[in-house]
Design a protein around this ligand. Structure first.
Ligand code: NAD
Ligand code: MG
Length: 359
């Protein structure tokens, strides 16, 4: 097992990474916890709830299970309310512990429920998708969707620990693995050129979820994310670089209607577009753009953006959270391993959209 430490003003906590961590969840339960609620969905529950419950039984605490419907469409108030219903019906007090067993949807919702229930109770992240293991379970962004916007209602709220079991990845659909790998590569691109090279040299082992390789990829990703959120928990500066590829990616997701492409797939393709824009604005070499395209392709993500129409693209990117006064701000790479956030002239953005467009 390896441990990555996260230190933010909102909380200090360990990320434990290893094969079989699902059987050791009790190690992360503080003694003074009064009761535990394991929150999951039918897909993950049918695979891993039994193992999670068995490990938590070792604590001797009262345990309940809450099963939420699976899918982004259920990341809303109604589902959140069912968590509160179960906690109140079972008389859970302020010393209870919520355990988020699932992907990013479960993690975001349970984290937000923990932030709100009795003005804040503890929660443990047990991420089961690659995306959740390398990204959403770390850093304390929690929340739900509003009909008018994704992740618009939420809180910064840190877990007490993150338990990452690499074994659970073997039941993930291949597309979900590729989508998670896009976020892994992202860390190399924005902050660690050496890690990008490392990934480039190990694509097949990464895709095959080779234990040693995927464990290191998760560890390094968590270290990168921990560093960034440690410097800037609430995204007043540096944390924005984690959005590399996301301005284009969000436009793909919103333009096609959420659910068509996976988030990580849209980010993968968006990183190629952002790299192309970087070549036009901050001097990223064309050989580097090519390397990025090749790696995104090799991990199994789409490399051709959908044809949304140039003006629709611009419109969609103008609603990005980083936009200021109608100016679209992008995370750009002067070189692999280094990111800056700045506005790009619209004529250059249009040019890049044409260049990367499906013919
Ligand atoms: P998800 O939670 O919907 O999981 C994807 C699918 O895989 C689901 O059907 C799920 O039931 C299933 N699944 C999960 N683990 C499995 C396993 N081990 N084996 C088989 N199937 C499994 O999607 P996701 O990609 O994990 O997360 C996406 C969500 O994360 C979005 O809501 C996004 O907004 C959020 N997110 C949050 C942050 C953050 O910082 N908080 C960062 C990135 C993404
Ligand atoms: Mg992302």
């Amino acid at each position: 097992m390896t441990t990555v430490q996260v230190n933010t003003p909102g909380g200090r906590y360990p990320i434990h990474i290893g094969a079989g961590r699902l059987h050791k969840l009790h190690e992360s339960v503080p003694d003074n916890v009064t009761a535990i609620a394991i929150v999951t969905n039918p897909t993950v529950g049918s695979l891993y709830l039994k193992a999670a419950r068995e490990s938590l039984v070792h604590t001797g605490k009262h345990i309940i299970e809450i099963t939420l419907p699976d899918g982004e469409a259920h990341k809303n108030w109604e589902t959140l309310q069912t968590i509160f219903d179960a906690l109140l019906e079972n008389r859970f007090d302020r010393k209870c512990l919520l355990v988020a067993l699932g992907g990013g949807v479960i993690g975001d919702m349970v984290g937000f429920a923990a932030a709100c229930y009795m003005r804040g109770v503890r929660f443990l992240q047990v991420p089961t998708t690659l995306l959740a293991q390398v990204d959403s379970s770390v850093g304390g962004k929690t929340g739900i969707n509003h009909p008018l916007g994704k992740n618009m209602i939420g809180a910064f709220y840190q877990p007490i620990a993150v338990e990452i079991d690499t074994n659970v990845l073997h039941t993930l659909p291949e597309r979900e693995v590729a989508a998670g790998l896009a976020e892994v590569i992202k860390y190399g691109l924005i902050i660690d050129a050496e890690f990008f090279n490392w990934c480039e040299a190990r694509v097949s082992a990464l895709k095959a979820l080779d234990e040693e390789t995927i464990s290191y990829a998760i560890q390094r990703s968590c270290e990168c994310k921990a560093y960034v959120v440690g410097e800037d928990e609430r995204e007043s500066g540096l944390r924005a670089i984690l959005n590399f590829g996301h301005t284009f990616g969000h436009a793909i997701e919103a333009g096609l209607g959420y659910g068509d492409w996976l988030h990580g797939e849209a980010v993968g393709c968006g990183m190629i577009q952002a790299a192309t824009l970087s070549a036009h604005t901050v001097g990223l070499g064309s050989a580097s753009v090519e390397r990025i395209r090749n790696l995104v392709h090799a991990i199994g993500c789409p490399v051709k953006p959908p044809n949304l129409g140039t003006e629709r693209w611009i419109e969609l990117m103008q609603v990005d959270k980083k936009a200021e006064g109608g100016q679209i701000r992008f995370v750009l790479l002067p070189e692999i391993g280094k990111a800056v956030v700045q506005a790009a002239p619209l004529n250059v953005v249009r040019d890049v959209l044409h260049k990367t467009a499906v013919p």
